[in-house]
Design a protein around this ligand. Structure first.
Ligand code: RIB
Ligand code: CA
Length: 312
């Protein structure tokens, strides 16, 4: 039985690797990509999503364009990591496939209403703007979403865009608050986990050794996007974030976590976007999130390499 997913994404090299992993995994039926502003402005993420699908030989996958800015705050981007286009590294051809005309938020609403309740997993890989806007516009969809498995947040690993906040949550903390309080089943893949998924030289070499079109592009992507984090963290590899969402769907046994409360700071300028994780269950706040805390990093890379080899 395949699992129906919708990927909400701000590609972004690591988003691109997540999309490729999903394309190579027959266990998943990717209904569509919905793009959002995040790593780079929407004008680039909407192109990048289609570039990646064509790289995977999947121009049949629908791409819907969502929100071009956070619900309330000014857009913050991350060109310092991802480059001006958001997909710097490989020289991918301009896409020829078309976007769908319906707005991404309306696509989410209509699809969740049309498909059997609980049958769809939403996989946000960027700011949560589209998901939150859909929940606000159509509150009835909350009961119809099977699960949200998102990359975002941090606690023990602290922030990456500020000392206290992870990028996806920081860009649209108001959207994160809507999602966290929606009552939907949520699994959070935070920096606490993705900082274990280091793209070491050996792992990059194994990806390059696949030597197909997709892996050559992934090599170029990761070699570009890793330069900033390798200097910043001084580790023997840069963390790779978004593909862990897809890997979690494919092999959940690679990940461990606990059901606890996660809330987000909305007021303080010092800690805006911080995910306050009640890891030791000190409060009586509702346990709204399955918070993933650890992973088998080599198991993740073994899976990623095996699946990338299946692509063109
Ligand atoms: O903090 C990491 C997250 O921010 C990843 O999703 C990356 O693509 C960026 O969007
Ligand atoms: Ca992302």
């Amino acid at each position: 039985m395949t699992r129906k997913i919708i990927i909400d994404t701000d590609p972004g090299q690591d988003d691109a690797v997540a999309i490729l992993l999903a394309m190579a995994s027959p266990e998943l039926e990717v209904l569509a990509l919905v793009v959002v502003a995040g790593n780079v402005p929407l004008q680039y993420t909407r192109i990048n999503a289609r570039k990646v699908l064509e790289l995977a030989g999947r121009p049949d996958i629908a791409v819907y364009v969502g929100c071009d800015r956070p619900m309330r705050r000014k857009l913050v981007t991350a060109e310092h990591v991802h480059g001006k286009t958001g997909l710097d590294g490989p020289d991918l051809p301009a896409p020829t496939m078309a976007e769908r005309s319906q707005h991404g938020v309306d696509y989410l609403i209509d699809t969740l209403r049309a498909e059997p309740a609980g049958s769809i997993t939403l996989c946000p890989l960027g700011p949560l703007t589209n998901i939150a806007m859909a929940l606000i516009k159509a509150p009835d969809i909350a009961a119809r979403i099977g699960e949200i498995v998102l990359m975002g947040g941090a606690y023990f690993e602290v922030g990456n865009i500020t000392p206290s906040a992870e990028f996806n949550i920081y860009v649209d903390p108001d959207a994160a608050d809507v999602v966290l309080n929606s009552g939907v089943k949520i699994t959070m893949i935070p920096l606490d986990v993705t900082h274990r998924a280091l793209a070491t030289d050996a792992r990059l070499a194994a990806i390059a050794a696949i030597d197909n079109q997709a892996s050559r592009a992934v090599s170029a992507m990761l070699n570009f996007s890793e330069r900033f984090d390798r200097v910043k963290y001084g580790w023997d590899g840069a963390p790779v974030h978004d593909p862990n969402v897809i890997a979690y769907l494919l092999r959940p046994e690679l990940y461990t976590g606990r059901q606890i409360n996660v809330a987000v700071e909305l007021a303080s300028e010092l800690t805006l976007g911080m995910t306050v994780v009640d890891y030791w269950q000190i409060t009586q706040r509702p346990r709204n999130v399955f918070y993933v805390r650890d992973m088998d990093a080599q198991g993740f890379y073994d899976l990623l390499i095996e699946r990338l080899a299946r692509l063109p």
